[in-house]
Ligand binder design. Structure first.
Ligand code: ADP
Ligand code: ZN
Length: 297
């Protein structure tokens, strides 16, 4: 069975084809330009394959309320050409196969859950710390959707006592993404994040905010594992710092064997750049298994 996947990011689109076991047969990527030009490239790439289904993870926010008139639209993105763009509808018009649709971070979470760092468990969260901060949750084997999709990158955290940076989120200023995304680090210190030395005080502040966020997610969702990826997490020294801070903030409030082993509870992403494609394939497979007679979602 051939399944297609699209990881539609704000900077680049990755399209790939694989089988239901998650083996990727081929993939390509190209920059995200205007919607028409970008979708033309998507159609062109997949025209060589006879697909059974397509799994799509899109940058957002997107409307995932199936009752809504704008279901499947990209909504409030700062990327003007894509604002209020009927992404899923355009794909449906072109492909007459089932299409499973969610956010880019949700399908990456589903990829890590199905084939990667949480494949032995039935729940996890996946957080990417890069240009933005996005978090996807898998709960009981399903991507967590509600009225739409969660936006866990935009939660509020308490301010680090030595941080007076105002934050970069264009909606909330000093939300988590505003304080701890890659661009936040770079504006606060006026330096590329990958150039900050390991001993720089910025990393302690970064670990503090991320640990606070993880504590909130643990208290609210009780995930069995937390997977961290994205450009900023290439700074692997952050992992032990985040674990220590989390332990401090948690103060033994939740007593569970999984939390006694933070080295295996908070882990790096294991699928790297392929998490989105593999997750898209797994998500499409789940969709057609559950909806055998539906031609599109
Ligand atoms: P995106 O979020 O756009 O998909 P990334 O996850 O690679 O892409 O995030 C890019 C951001 O991550 C950059 O803006 C930069 O701030 C930060 N970043 C990338 N590489 C590193 C690194 N090695 N160390 C620290 N920060 C990095
Ligand atoms: Zn925000």
């Amino acid at each position: 069975m051939l399944i297609g996947a699209v990881e539609a990011g704000g900077t680049k689109f990755v399209c790939g084809v694989g089988n239901e076991k998650g083996d990727i047969i081929d993939y390509t990527s190209f920059p995200t330009t205007g919607p028409e030009q970008t979708l033309y490239a998507v159609y062109d790439y997949f025209s060589a394959y006879n697909l059974q289904a397509l799994g799509v993870g899109s940058f957002g926010p997107i409307d995932l309320d199936s009752q809504s008139k704008t279901y499947g639209y990209i909504t409030a993105t700062p990327k003007r050409a894509w604002t209020n763009y009927p992404f899923l509808q355009m794909l449906k018009e072109h492909f007459s196969i089932p299409i499973a649709f969610s956010t880019d971070v949700n399908i990456a979470a589903f990829g890590e859950y199905t084939f990667g760092a949480a494949r032995d468990l039935n729940s996890c969260i996946y957080m990417t710390v890069g240009t933005g901060i996005g978090v996807g949750a898998v709960v009981g084997g399903d991507i967590l959707h509600g009225m739409s999709h969660p936006e866990m990158g935009h939660i509020f955290v308490k301010r680090h006592p030595r941080d007076s940076f105002s934050g970069v989120c264009s909606y909330h200023g000093d939300c988590l993404e505003g304080l701890a995304s890659g661009p936040a680090i770079e504006q606060r210190w006026n330096e590329k994040a990958y150039n900050l030395p390991v001993q720089h005080q910025g990393w302690e502040i970064e670990a503090d905010y991320l640990a606070q966020a993880l504590m909130n997610y643990i208290l609210i969702l009780s995930p069995k594992r937390i997977i961290l990826g994205g450009g900023v997490m290439k700074q692997t020294h952050l992992f032990p710092m985040i674990r220590r801070k989390l332990d401090f903030y948690m103060n033994n409030y939740i007593q569970h064997p999984l939390l006694q082993e933070l080295d295996t509870y908070i882990v790096p992403a294991s699928l790297g750049d392929l998490a989105g494609l593999k997750g898209g394939i797994a998500f499409a497979k789940q969709f057609i298994t559950r909806n055998p007679k539906t031609t599109s979602e």
